[in-house]
Design a protein. Structure first.
Length: 222
């Protein structure tokens, strides 16, 4: 699998989501940030908007739930058609059950770690998930500065999951742009969430292609 680009609509025009999603139809996923104003200090969108997006998106939805009690809510996002649902390990009451419930509802399962959360405590869950998300900013707001000090953590996760063709995907989210994506790819990430880097440009589709090319060349040089 080559690098996958997942543009985050957190930085898109919320009044024109369908047009914004169609503008990045050459990406691999649409990354949807769901925030509840409890787990993170911001409120974005929830089930009704995601349900509407599923109907019009040319791409599968990659829902990142920055919410309390994902045990209760995460399976509902899978039920309404999200192809990948990521919960935060810091918020889950029973991570194993949460993983099972998301998968039973028909979605790929992602597990996210905030910058301060160590992977070692949760390494035993890696065989049970499809994707691990290493946050490269504190979750809550778009447009933040990339935390390069997260790269050792990305490398460590890559060591733990290995690089077999069917290994767990390794996603990075936060401050990913043309100037930072190569170091993420070199560290072992293969799924890249980019928000303002894509949607704040005049030609979002061209930026998606550029990011994918940069990630690919960084991996091949590695």
């Amino acid at each position: 699998m080559g690098p996958q680009i997942s543009p985050s609509i957190l930085s898109a025009d919320f009044a024109n989501l369908q047009a914004q999603v169609e503008a990045v139809a050459n990406a691999d996923w649409v990354h949807v940030d769901v925030m509840d104003n409890h787990f993170v200090p911001n409120l974005t969108i929830g089930i009704p908007v995601v349900e509407s997006l599923v109907k019009v998106s040319p791409l599968p939805l990659d829902c990142h739930l920055m919410i309390d009690n994902p045990d209760r809510w995460a399976p509902q996002y899978a039920d309404i058609g999200a192809h990948s649902v990521t919960f935060h390990i810091e918020a889950a009451n029973d991570p194993r059950m949460c993983i099972k419930d998301i998968r039973a509802a028909g979605a790929r399962v992602g597990m996210a770690l905030k910058p301060g959360t160590d992977i070692e405590s949760y390494a035993d869950l890696l065989p049970e998930i499809d994707m691990l998300l290493v946050m490269t900013v504190e979750p809550g707001f778009g447009g933040q500065s990339f935390m390069a000090d997260m790269m050792p953590k990305v490398r460590r996760v890559r060591e733990l999951i290995g690089d077999a063709p069917d290994s767990v995907w390794l996603q990075v989210d936060g401050g990913v742009s043309a100037s930072t994506i190569e170091q993420c790819a070199e560290a072992g990430a293969d799924v890249f969430v980019a928000g303002s880097a894509v949607f704040a440009t005049a030609d979002p589709a061209a930026m998606v292609d550029r990011l994918r090319a940069l990630a690919s060349s960084a991996v091949h040089h590695h």
